[in-house]
Design a protein around this ligand. Structure first.
Ligand code: MN3
Length: 227
């Protein structure tokens, strides 16, 4: 969630905000499961490298870019990418890519868990919007398969309506005013070790590790998300 205000140093409200918007280095969030928890669909080696190396690299590069502008360290990654035009030009591309990389991966890890059944409000909403779960899966998979190059496919809430979309590189739907609910990482680093060029197989496998409980939570809280 976005901070509701811009923090000033020493501001009591900010101190109460658990340090999220205080001047600090961005850090790798804890992975809430074992590296092998998603086997055989997403393999342990991919998880180790993807989380420990790729995600960490986005964070390192983001921190490095912000070194020159310590004031920007007060901002959450959401705020950085949402107000990119207020980031100095010389670091704007680095901030766009690496804030996005950090935000997208932090979001992605929490979406993954095996053996979680689709149910609740999100089930009803998907069936209402797409006719059936199978139809949603077909459309989502086809969008993911069709994305050229590196990027992400998303299920988002756009003005209270569900929508499937893709973004290139590390762009996030928030920059278009849409709230992410579900996402699949389509960079080759997310699947190449196990699936090589077989993106379709990776997408099929991804459907076995969607934590629908988390997606349902994301769906419900998306209605209250204010940019
Ligand atoms: Mn990735």
């Amino acid at each position: 969630m976005l901070a509701k205000y811009d923090c000033k140093e020493g501001d009591l409200k900010c101190k109460l905000n658990l340090g999220e918007t205080k001047k600090m280095e961005h850090k790798l969030p804890e992975l809430e499961y074992e590296y092998n928890a998603l086997e055989p669909f997403i393999d342990e080696t991919t998880m180790r490298i993807h989380y420990g190396k790729h995600h960490q690299a986005y964070i390192d590069k983001l921190n490095k870019a912000l070194e020159k502008y310590p004031k920007l360290k007060e901002r959450t990654v959401e705020r950085l990418i949402f107000s990119l035009n207020r980031v100095p030009k010389d670091i704007r591309t680095a901030v766009r890519n690496n804030s996005g990389g950090h935000l997208n991966h932090s979001f992605f890890w929490k979406l993954l868990k095996k053996n979680i059944r689709l149910r609740g409000e999100i089930k009803q909403a998907i069936e209402k919007k797409f006719g059936s779960f199978e139809n949603f899966k077909k459309q989502f998979s086809s969008a993911a398969l069709g994305l050229f190059g590196s990027g992400w496919a998303w299920l988002v809430l756009d003005n209270d309506k569900l929508e499937i979309m893709t973004t290139s590189n590390q762009d996030n739907p928030l920059t278009k005013g849409k709230v992410p609910i579900l996402a699949i990482d389509l960079w080759e680093h997310a699947y190449y070790l196990k699936y090589q060029n077989r993106r379709a197989e990776y997408i099929e496998a991804f459907f076995h590790v969607i934590n629908w409980n988390k997606i349902n939570e994301n769906f419900k809280s998306a209605f209250n998300y204010r940019l």
